[in-house]
Design a protein around this ligand. Sequence first.
Ligand code: MG
Length: 305
Amino acid sequence: MANAVLTLPITKINEMKTHYQRYLKPSPPAGALFAAKGPTYSITAYKSGKVLFQGQTGEQEAARWGDAEQKTKKVSSPSNKSLPQNISQMSIIGTDEVGTGDYFGPITVVAAYVSNDQLQLLKELGVKDSKHLNDETIVKIAKDLIHTISYSLLTLPNEKYNAKQQQGWTQGKIKAVLHNQAILHLRKKIAPVTPECVLIDQFAEEKVYYRHISGEKAIYRENVYFSTKAEGIHLAVAAASIIARYAFIKAMDQLSEEAGFTLPKGAGAKVDQAAARLIRSKGESSLEHFTKRHFANTQKAMKLV
Ligand code: MG
């Protein structure tokens, strides 16, 4: 995985802009003519004529438009140690979480172990970046996946989430503690097999991550790597993400049944209305069970009631 830089005439850049129309970012960075974010690459074209290609297939994408003048290895932010070059083919533990931006429902964190010889099978099962998959497909793939690979799933009910939040824990700390626990559980489960490394879908810088879990009894730190968009780097992270979303969907179905109506995902206006309905039918105290109470949705729902 590498970055590539091309220097191109403006006419060519305009042609590119049209080509990547559906992926254009609404507000490109200062000095940029456009920025596009495709499924496995991102592109930034600057007024100087320089065009930067990044991501998993950035280099291939650049090759469509010209010969790269320079290549630099870079897959994660400079504060992290750089990933092993062949990581996508390694036997590794990947971790990811779901539910952190949703007012209703728990946080689910999954660590998944995928060995090199399982990669092909996972591809055949349809495992890929879950951002490109709808709930129905997620459920279908997850049902196969949970019988195919070793994983550890942690679900944090909102009662516990709210208690930790009240104690002053940030969401970053809650996530870090859960990721660390999930890795430790899974490591035990697959022993004596040792993963070649662990890849965490990055939500905090490495330093911050370890600071968050410094109070934990056991800390897993052997060959741990961090990267944003790690789902696109190794299928273990994509698999973790799919199982975490599956668990989240099931938990939401369960909570909706308890509520007596479908609880929406996310934290938008529909969520405010659903929370208001819940307060009317079950009382404000029920939010402790159904929601991440400190979200602004609570106040908005109270106003509606
Ligand atoms: Mg993630």
